[in-house]
Design a protein around this ligand. Structure first.
Ligand SMILES: *Cc1c(COP(=O)(O)O)cnc(C)c1O
Length: 348
């Protein structure tokens, strides 16, 4: 059975979190002389002289309406990359615990594990880019704390079978982290609705991809209140700056614009797939539930360098296991996709 206290690091369980000036006073006041800010203002039109809301209450409230999750089940990070790092710091003892990754997958899980000195047990996806459940079961031991599942998966683009993820959730006594950075482009259902079912589920989403706000650095983790409380205890007190909080709030009112873009991106993705198929150097294009496609080619390095010389940058994934010969191509605007396809005509 999953018990959060069994996987929580002792030092984190005992941690007394930093208490900011704004944490200590709750209520109405008009003279704030508690935080050593400059009371005169900021040398800008917009004022940033006050520390931001540490728990981002207004932003979470708006996200809670959109996602159908209470604010107490939402953690906000400086990008979902921060949420990934904080999960390691809350649950993995350096040099002692391990996590399971299922490559090819998002590179940040491995980097965060390395930074935190946490061992990684790699259980590669199958040839169909699905979970090897037997392999994962074998790799789990009593020191395995986290399993990261990216769905739709970066860089392969496909979604991971829901029933397989549920098998892990039902049987693993650590956390199963489902990274849904690309969920807005997918017809698959989010795992957010399973939060009431599985106490060991963490769902990651981000405003960086479909929402078009990569530079604001706002990532979300959805989980039980107990998990969210631990993450909030460990995060830097002011991890989301006030400009990002305000601008994200404004952007969340433009859901129609974002949905319009998503439609156009999916249309452009289909168009890219159809056009790329005709090139002799394209061997395969994998089905994608995301805003990018993984293209298997006869000469990934050659095509990559050729495109770089023409000022077009794609991602060379050909050195990644199970991605031999593959380039990852993000879907661009119609004009950008035109340029890509036109330029590729000249590759010999
Ligand atoms: C892009 C990406 C992220 C990064 O999200 P940020 O919120 O920008 O940190 C997380 N997970 C996956 C799988 C991604 O591809």
């Amino acid at each position: 059975m999953f018990v959060l206290n069994n996987i929580l690091r002792k030092n984190i369980a005992n941690l007394v979190p930093y208490s900011s000036a704004r944490d200590e006073f709750q209520g109405e006041a008009s003279v704030f002389l508690d935080a050593n800010e400059n009371a005169f203002g900021s040398p800008l039109e917009q004022q940033f002289n006050r520390y931001p809301d540490p728990l981002q209450y207004r932003l979470k409230k708006r996200l809670s309406e959109i996602k159908g999750v209470p604010p107490r089940n939402i953690f906000l990070g400086n990008g979902s990359d921060e949420a990934i790092d904080i999960l390691f710091r809350c649950f993995c003892n350096p040099g002692v615990d391990n996590v399971i990754l299922v490559p090819p997958t998002y590179g940040m899980y491995q980097v965060s594990a390395n930074i935190n000195d946490v061992a990684v047990r790699n259980v590669p996806l199958t040839a169909e880019y699905q979970l090897n459940l037997d392999g994962i079961a074998e790799a789990i031991d009593e020191r395995t704390k986290l399993i990261f599942i990216c769905s739709p998966n970066n860089p392969t683009g496909n979604s991971i079978r829901r029933a397989d993820v549920e098998t892990l959730l039902a049987n693993f006594n650590g956390l199963v982290i489902v990274d849904e950075a690309y969920i807005n482009f997918s017809r698959q259902k989010t795992f957010i609705q399973e939060l009431t079912e599985y106490a060991n589920l963490v769902v990651l989403q981000t405003l960086s991809k479909a929402w078009g706000l990569a530079a604001l650095r706002v990532g979300m983790a959805f989980a039980s209140e107990e998990i969210i409380d631990v993450m909030n205890k460990v995060k830097p007190p002011y991890n989301i700056n006030d400009a990002s909080q305000q601008l994200a709030l404004q952007a969340l009112d433009k859901v129609d614009q974002v949905n319009q873009w998503i439609k156009e991106i999916l249309f452009q993705r289909d168009r890219l797939v159809l056009a790329l198929k005709h090139f002799d150097f394209v061997l395969d294009i994998y089905p994608s539930d995301a805003n990018f496609i993984l293209v298997k080619t006869t000469d990934a390095k050659g095509i990559y360098n050729f495109l770089v010389n023409k000022g077009i940058i794609v991602r060379d994934r050909s050195k990644v296991g199970l991605c031999e010969g593959c380039l990852r191509v993000t879907v661009g605007t119609p004009a950008e996709n035109d340029i890509l396809l036109q330029t590729l005509q000249d590759f010999k």
